[in-house]
Design a protein. Structure first.
Length: 210
């Protein structure tokens, strides 16, 4: 009887850990994995940015996000409930809902204690194709505001041709490096990591392969 119970507990444990891994990756780094989701999907004009603070929420930084988070308790966290579709369901129309990968990443991060963690990953600048290295950066940091339905500033960064158009316009690097004469991106807060900027720069120098 005891052995059966032990086996059951072990299999439940294995199942839980593998599920979490498959859905959101092993870590849950605030600066690299979680903040980009909020900035790209929640801080548009009229929404949860430092200026508009809709419903009292500025979701462009850690302190603001923590107002709606109970560490280790996703189901009691206001923010987690709304992205899961509970009333109110966020992001609201015309913006698209978060992918289940993003929802699970936020859940994992809350379960791990919702810390303000940064620099969790080693810098990988070895891979320079659009699909391997650049697309994921755009997806997490930029596409929420720059997609085909909402091409802020005229830029749709959801596919290869849109990203190369921004390069041809000489706007991409200046904006992500926050150089003078450019509008700093992502809009409303944060900056993509030096490692990600280096990867994008090297990719452009190599001719921006798809
Ligand atoms: C919260 C929404 C939002 C996010 C996230 C965002 N952008 Fe923007 N972006 C805008 C808006 C709005 C404009 C137009 C601003 C204007 O014209 O005043 C813009 C303009 C730009 C421009 C033109 C800049 C210039 O100097 O003219 C570029 C390039 C750009 N974005 C790239 C990016 C990249 C790359 C990312 C991700 C790292 C990103 N954006 C993330 C909303 C966003």
């Amino acid at each position: 009887m005891k052995i059966k119970l032990a086996l059951l507990l072990i299999s439940v444990f294995v199942l839980l850990t593998t599920c979490t891994k498959d859905q959101a990756g092993p870590d849950g780094c605030f600066q690299e994995d979680v903040l980009p989701i909020f900035i790209s999907n929640c801080t548009m004009s009229g929404c949860h940015n430092p200026k508009d603070k809709r419903a009292g929420y500025d979701l462009s930084n850690y302190e603001g996000i923590m107002k709606g988070i109970k560490p280790k308790h996703p189901l009691n966290s206001e923010i987690y409930k709304t992205i899961k579709g509970n009333n109110p369901s966020m992001p609201e129309r015309p913006y698209t809902k978060l992918s289940s990968k993003d929802v699970n990443m936020i859940k994992l991060w809350i379960n791990m204690g919702a810390r303000n963690s940064a620099n969790c990953k080693s810098c990988d600048t070895s891979n320079f194709t659009y699909s391997d290295r650049i697309k994921p950066i755009m997806q997490s940091w930029c596409v929420g505001c720059h997609n085909s339905g909402n091409n802020s500033g005229g830029f749709n960064l959801s596919d290869y041709s849109g990203v190369t158009a921004a390069i041809a316009n000489n706007k991409l690097l200046g904006s992500i490096k926050h150089q003078t004469g450019f509008i700093a991106m992502p809009q409303n807060g944060g900056q993509i990591s030096p490692c990600e900027i280096a990867a994008i720069e090297k990719w452009i120098v190599k001719g921006a392969p798809n």
